[in-house]
Design a protein around this ligand. Structure first.
Ligand code: ARG
Length: 721
């Protein structure tokens, strides 16, 4: 699952764990596998030793697991070739696509290294080592209760620890808190900056089923793509350069063509982004009744507006494809999470667990600091609830103009003009940066579409937020000329779009030729955004910050208490974009009464679902359909069939997208790409009955590369088992 778009800042909240953790539940830290999981994994059939998963001095599996920041990838060749999901490479494919070279629609296969496409801004990070630095981070804290003091001390020690570990910038060193701030770990990465696109199937394969099938099983999506890491001559990270060479990895994951059976051991390593498994019932309620409905409404309006323009113009369709997919993914996620919270009655269950905790806290004076924790937290939520809608609408409906993205680079240039009226090299550098940003931005920007979004979102804003709560710059629009709100908004926006330089590539590029502070300061978009920001800073932000601080504190204490309350329980930290391992089995499920879902799908399902209509989410081209009908599957079949996707009960979340799914021997049997509809509450509570990971079968991946695309050069690079 790809990392989600979060409109809110992190909403800190928490919950109780069941007293037992099933082997399938848990996102375990590689460093602790030996201590916490090795025995259990062996019992479940895993055949490698914990040292083969993680160790510092010799090559191990961890050296082939790559963070793409928002997704995961894995190294499958001696030449730095990586597999990930199509939806993880989607922006890269989209950015390289034009009407003439439509790689989204037609796929892309590099025949040689030379043909591989650059992906500006894409990095690939490999974990070198991790370390528990809790003692060092917390050592100077004297007064536990002084939250501000605590934060300051922690920030200072984290800064020092990461600075030392980065070895003068050779490594990326990050300290992350675990167990809600009760522990701290240092992660040292080697971060490569030259990553290229090697291959991708057309959308009709890589995104088959589109948003309709997204988050659902049964699935028939070939959700994979190939990337490659490039390094300098010394095999070290370097910025893009034509003469960089393919990276020589320490470890390569072999690809299995043998498949799996129900119940087989399966594990996943990757970089899950964020879970909130210790959320309280009050936190869940906040999510379900306030945050989710607002996000669903706001995202839904934006998607509806984009879609109209995308359907009308194939160029806009390409320009907005990646943005649309990202929002559509999060939008459906929030809908599913709310449905699940309702259906599984999780809040009620959580409440009774919380009562048990409070009883325990009251039972001994030693635990008295946890006695009022839950009720205090409920109190702290209230003021935040009051402003939540207003804040979200301001950020998303008020600040909806896409061209705002260029204000910052322009402002950097403007400030330099103000200060350094002579330093021409600094100015030239900033101009170049702004120009590059602008070129990248305008390639996928349509002024008319932006106008449609701005007006539609403002309309929603003034419809949904009571007049008295609207910020002055919005009220001013409604005070303008026109017969009704829609009319006033249109007039205002028409004027904004006629005058602002940001919504026009010509005007902005002209400004870049001869930047001046005055026209920047006077630009109506700059003025409007500043007014909104000032209002937000004065009205909402203090409430938001207060809540964030309070809940962070609660979160830490609550988990500290829970760990005492359930002494024998094996806890794992919430996902936080650090490397984790989850293990379990290949497994079917029963989504509802009398319905059984098999643990794998085959190409038969593609024949059942496909459409000849090119605009359909289920379009499949003749080449694929012909191969399937002729059963021309090459060596990738099982009993005459070709599997497309399969299920495991592994514990993953957004950020794990693209992660390798491995068998008992550590060979790749598939790539994780989604979660299922019945367990959309999974980030808050792990339900062993319903929670599944959806994986694309390695053999389907090989079939597409080999038989469909004829890219045998890539197959030859891999180590097939
Ligand atoms: N649900 C998947 C995830 O979160 C993303 C799938 C992308 N596909 C799509 N049709 N939007 O990783």
């Amino acid at each position: 699952m790809k990392k989600l778009l979060l409109l809110s800042f992190a909403i800190y909240s928490f919950c109780i764990m069941p007293a037992w953790a099933l082997p399938d539940e848990g996102m375990w830290l590689p460093l602790l596998i030996k201590r916490l999981n090795a025995e259990d994994m062996a019992k479940h059939g895993f055949r490698l030793s914990p040292d083969e998963i993680y160790q510092v001095n010799n090559a191990a599996l961890k050296d082939a697991i790559v963070s793409l920041e928002f997704c995961t990838a894995e190294i499958v060749s001696e030449n730095g070739l990586m597999l990930t999901n199509h939806h993880c490479a989607y922006s890269a494919i989209q950015e390289n696509s034009t009407l003439e070279h439509n790689y989204l629609g037609n796929g892309f296969w590099a025949k040689s290294h030379k043909e591989e496409l650059t992906i500006p801004g894409q990095t690939a990070s490999i974990l070198v080592r991790m370390e528990d630095v809790t003692q060092a981070v917390l050592k100077d804290i004297k007064d536990e209760k002084d939250a501000a003091e605590r934060d300051k001390i922690i920030a200072a020690s984290i800064k020092e620890i990461s600075k030392n570990a980065s070895e003068n910038g050779a490594y990326k060193a990050v300290v992350k808190d675990m167990f809600n701030g009760n522990e701290y770990y240092l992660f040292v990465y080697e971060t490569f900056k030259d990553v290229r696109l090697v291959g991708a199937p057309p959308e009709s394969i890589g995104k088959f089923g589109g948003d309709t099938d997204n988050w659902m099983w049964p699935r028939h999506t070939g959700d994979f793509a190939l990337l490659r890491i490039y390094a300098n001559k010394d095999n070290k990270p370097a910025a893009y350069a034509a003469d960089n060479v393919p990276y020589k990895p320490k470890y390569v994951i072999p690809v299995s063509t043998k498949g799996y059976k129900e119940g087989d051991f399966a594990m996943i390593m990757g970089f899950p982004g964020r879970t909130n498994r210790y959320i309280t019932s009050a936190g869940m309620e906040l999510q379900m009744k306030y945050i989710n409905p607002t996000q669903i409404k706001l995202f839904g309006k934006k998607l509806e507006t984009w879609k109209k323009d995308m359907d009308a113009d194939p160029k806009v369709r390409i320009q907005y494809a990646a943005k649309y997919a990202t929002y559509a993914n999060s939008w459906k996620y929030y809908i599913g999470q709310n449905e699940g919270l309702e259906r599984l009655d999780v809040i009620k269950k959580r409440k009774s667990e919380e009562n048990a905790f409070t009883q325990w806290a009251k039972s001994s004076p030693d635990n008295s600091k946890y006695e009022n924790l839950l009720s205090d937290y409920e109190q702290a939520i209230n003021p935040f609830k009051e402003i939540l809608d207003q804040l979200f609408y301001l950020n998303f409906a008020g600040k909806s103009c896409e061209a705002t993205a260029l204000i910052r680079p322009a402002e950097a240039l403007k400030s330099a003009l103000d200060q350094s009226s002579g330093n021409s090299t600094a100015l030239a550098e900033l101009t170049k940066e702004a120009q590059e940003k602008a070129n990248e931005f305008y390639k996928d920007y349509n002024t008319q579409t932006d106008y449609h979004v701005v007006t539609a979102m403002l309309q929603l804003y003034v419809n949904d937020i009571p007049l008295a709560q609207l910020p002055p710059p919005i009220k001013k629009i409604l005070d303008g000329k026109g017969k009704n709100n829609a009319d006033k908004i249109n007039r205002w926006a028409t004027k904004l779009f006629a005058k602002s330089m940001f919504v026009s590539p010509e005007k902005f590029n002209k400004w870049l030729q001869k930047p001046d502070a005055k026209s920047f300061d006077k630009d109506p978009l700059v003025v409007f955004m500043n007014e909104l920001m000032q209002y937000s800073m004065a009205t909402y932000i203090p409430v938001q910050i207060k809540y964030a601080t309070q809940s962070e504190n609660f979160k830490r204490l609550y988990l500290e208490g829970l760990m005492k309350f359930k002494k024998d329980h094996k806890f794992y930290p919430d996902a936080n974009s650090t490397e984790r391992l989850t293990y379990g089995n290949v497994k079917s499920y029963q989504p509802k009464d009398a319905v059984y879902y098999s643990y794998y799908t085959t190409t038969d399902g593609i024949l059942e679902k496909y459409s000849k209509d090119k605009t359909s989410e289920f379009y499949a081209d003749d080449r694929l359909i012909d191969l399937i009908k002729r059963k021309d599957f090459g060596p990738y079949t099982e009993n005459g069939q070709l599997h497309v996707a399969f299920l495991t009960n592994n514990d993953i979340t957004g950020g794990n997208s693209g992660s390798p799914v491995m068998n008992d021997k550590g060979e790749l049997i598939g790539i994780a790409f989604d979660g299922n509809w019945e367990a959309m509450t999974g980030d808050l509570v792990f339900d062993p009955e319903f929670k599944r990971t959806i994986c694309v079968d390695a053999r389907y991946v090989l079939f597409i590369i080999d038989k469909y695309a004829g890219a045998t050069n890539l197959i030859q690079e891999m180590k097939l088992k």
